[in-house]
Ligand binder design. Structure first.
Ligand SMILES: [Zn+2]
Length: 199
């Protein structure tokens, strides 16, 4: 069923911040959950424009396109999405997209050999970034303490983390988060994990 209150709130969020990929993604998904395929397309496309590595976004966009009758568009989205998901090692969206292609009687693209983090590259201080998929030098310092800080240090590149800092400031303002409170810290962390593809 279409949750019009949620749609209104998310639409507002996307208008306030046209770079909020999470808001566009969630808005598209909310439309899709309400069987409004046509309406789901634009926000999902925008989310992918903001972050072309959003594996799950391709799967949802393809569902919306197929639901709206744009079969060829859906196939193109699936083939591109399958490639991105393979490269990133996002197994669930990858298999889901492969199944959709099979259902539609279309070939599943052979995954190109991804840029892999070889033991040599790892020994030279590189990591494979969970957000952008690139092999990149590990950040000089752990961004903050604790297990999450360590996880980010091991799996997120510097440019992606800096992008999050910009986005995180917006999250703090938008949700009026007081980060001295545990509940606010949890909201902040949840957005950060979603943005960095650490969920
Ligand atoms: Zn990155």
């Amino acid at each position: 069923m279409l949750d019009s209150q949620k749609i209104a709130r998310l639409t507002q969020e996307t208008q306030t911040d046209p770079h909020n990929e999470l808001a566009f993604f969630t808005l598209g998904r909310a439309y899709l959950e309400g069987d409004c395929h046509r309406e789901a397309i634009a926000p999902l496309m925008r989310a992918l424009q903001l972050n072309s590595q959003l594996s799950q976004g391709y799967a949802l966009l393809a569902e919306a396109q197929r639901g709206a009758g744009d079969v060829e568009g859906a196939v193109a989205t699936l083939q591109q999405g399958h490639k991105v998901a393979s490269q990133r090692g996002d197994l669930m969206p990858r298999n889901h997209m492969a199944d959709m292609l099979k259902e539609m009687g279309r070939p599943i693209p052979e995954p190109k050999a991804a840029v892999a983090l070889t033991p040599e590259l790892a020994a030279a201080g590189n990591i494979q970034c969970r957000r952008c998929g690139q092999v990149a030098p590990r950040m000089k310092e752990r961004p903050f303490g604790g297990a999450l800080g360590e996880r980010i240090h091991q799996s997120i590149c510097g440019p992606c983390f800096r992008q999050w800092i910009g986005q995180g400031t917006k999250v703090i303002n938008e949700f009026r988060l007081n980060l001295t409170e545990k509940a606010a810290q949890d909201v902040y962390d949840a957005h950060m994990k979603a943005f960095l593809n650490l969920v």
